[in-house]
Design a protein around this ligand. Structure first.
Ligand code: CA
Length: 239
């Protein structure tokens, strides 16, 4: 089935360039040229991916990202940010974008990033036959195949990065990770210097999975080092 990508970008040259190259990869592309139209399109139907410019006339990219993340259905978001402001990227990741590319970007880089993100989001379907086992830590259950997590059997809504981070901890119970190690393992390339992004993701994860986020029992802080997932004794893998 053709995958549908919404591009929210007011700069006509950039929008047209993205459109051209993504169509070339056989994606169905829709372009919205300002924030209001973008938000309307983003929330009015299902998309396989949204490419979102940060600076837009009307509603800006951060607010659009926030609102998309409040919707129940998860959609991968790739944010376009400007080189001049490093802060843009950090803030973008913190409001729930999955990834970003910095303008000016190469078409090759953009295409690679889009493919990788779509591949990740399609994984539950293609990997079903060799599903990784469900991971349980205390009252928390994580299903890597469907990318669902529950606490006390209640579903928890997580962004892609929050899920990846949680799974990474749960797969390594008791092991302490420095923030830089988490950036390397969970965020991957090019995120050196964004240690506080880790902190904010962990805070949000705790708000979603801990009984009392002010006294975390699942993801605990190891002072002066980093974080670890607690209760290795209760951590069991079941098929
Ligand atoms: Ca713009």
């Amino acid at each position: 089935m053709t995958q549908r990508i919404l591009v929210i970008e007011d700069e006509r040259d950039i929008a047209d360039l993205i459109d051209l190259h993504l169509r070339d990869l056989d994606y169905a592309v829709t372009i919205a040229r300002d924030g209001n139209a973008g938000l309307r399109q983003a929330t009015s139907r299902r998309w396989d991916m949204i490419i979102l410019d940060l600076r837009l006339p009307g509603i800006d990219g951060l607010e659009i990202c926030r609102q998309i993340r409040q919707a129940s259905q998860y959609v991968p978001i790739l944010m376009l940010t400007s080189k001049s402001s490093e802060l843009d990227r950090v803030v973008g990741l913190e409001v729930g974008a999955d990834d970003y590319v910095t303008k000016p970007f190469s078409v090759l880089e953009l295409k690679a990033r889009v493919r990788a993100m779509l591949r990740r989001s399609q994984l539950p379907e293609t990997a079903r036959d060799r599903s990784p086992p469900t991971v349980k830590v205390g009252n928390l259950t994580i299903d890597p195949a469907t990318r669902h997590a529950t606490v006390h059997d209640e579903a928890v809504e997580l962004t892609a990065k929050e899920f990846d981070l949680l799974l990474h901890f749960a797969n390594n119970p008791g092991r302490v990770f420095k923030r830089t190690q988490l950036l390397d393992s969970v965020w991957g390339y090019g995120h050196a210097g964004y240690e506080h992004t880790v902190n904010s993701h962990i805070n949000r994860l705790r708000a979603k999975i801990e009984n009392d986020p002010t006294h975390p029992e699942l993801i605990v802080t190891v002072w002066g080092v980093g974080y670890k997932m607690h209760s290795p004794i209760n951590a069991v893998k079941s098929p």
